[in-house]
Design a protein around this ligand. Sequence first.
Ligand code: UT7
Length: 332
Amino acid sequence: MTTRRVKIVGTGSYLPEGVLTNHDLEKMIDTTDEWIYTRTGIKERRVARPDENTSDLAFRASLPALEAAGLSPEDLDLIVMATITPDTHCPCGANWLQAKLNASKAVTFDVAAACSGFIFALSVAEQYLKNGTFRNALVVGAEIMTRTVDYTDRSSCILWGDGAGAAVVIPASDGDEAGVLSICLHTDGANGENLLLPGGGSRTTPISHESVDKKLHYLRMIEANRSFKVAVNCFADACLEAVAIAGYTIDDVDHIIPHQANARIIQAMAKKLNVSMDKVVMTIERYGNSSSATVPIALDDAVKSGRIRKGDLVLLTAFGGGLTWGGALIRW
Ligand code: UT7
């Protein structure tokens, strides 16, 4: 059975309890709260406990999403987890999540599209549901970015935090106005070196003393201010593309939920689109950049606070390492 459209019927999120403030960072590196806040919009970010793994965060985000959807883990057909920081590379992060949930019927795999991961994972679930292969899907963005951070590199270590967000997706019924109206995705592999986690893949396996000494297992940002400009354009282009595919204009959109990379990137995107910041959901001040988790965390935040209401047009947009970027327009 094929379906016209899929819809999100439950959201959830989980932020670990540990808080790393800008004032904490002042004691670790040569920086100030004022510099970090004015350059990034971040005041603090969350840090997972040493005994917490990415699948633990994903698990805690998934439970409220399933509850809101009225589904139990045993009902799940598919789990797609967007992450670049899985518990292990093999098995993938979604498998650990499946085991924790006891979702024994669910087919599971990860999608690695860095900060754009949630939108990429949503698009995968959308296709399986649309073509009738599966009846429902749990889409999760979960990361422990703080374990990839070089806390001697002041230009990038200030950005990252940990967290997870989840959404349950099912086919929309005939005549249902709610649902995912469009998704657009893009990749520029030729510029992948600019936002890179070089270690851990075939380039540097087996891990050696040399690769550790060279800090290859930490995330690197090269020419971050060039990425800044690229990000603004990609965010804005993805927004315009997603609304155009669905036959809308940017003025029709009620809420934009961007990946939380940098408050100034988001403000520049809004300016480029000529959209009021009142329409833009921001969580970066409290949580920093948790890569694929920021979009579903911000989405859940806006749903739980009552900011997103039934019938609203919600636009997700993201840009990240890879390079990857995309957008998704959803009628709530
Ligand atoms: O999620 C994926 C997508 N994310 C991105 O693509 C990130 C995009 N880039 C950014 O968000 C920003 O470029 C950063 C936040 C990473 C950096 O902000 P910036 O305004 O581009 O700063 P900058 O790198 O141009 O550095 C400006 C100055 C430099 O000093 P000089 O050379 O002007 O004397 C840096 O050394 O700020 C200095 N600086 C710092 N000062 C205090 C860099 N980091 C810090 C710091 N504290 N933590």
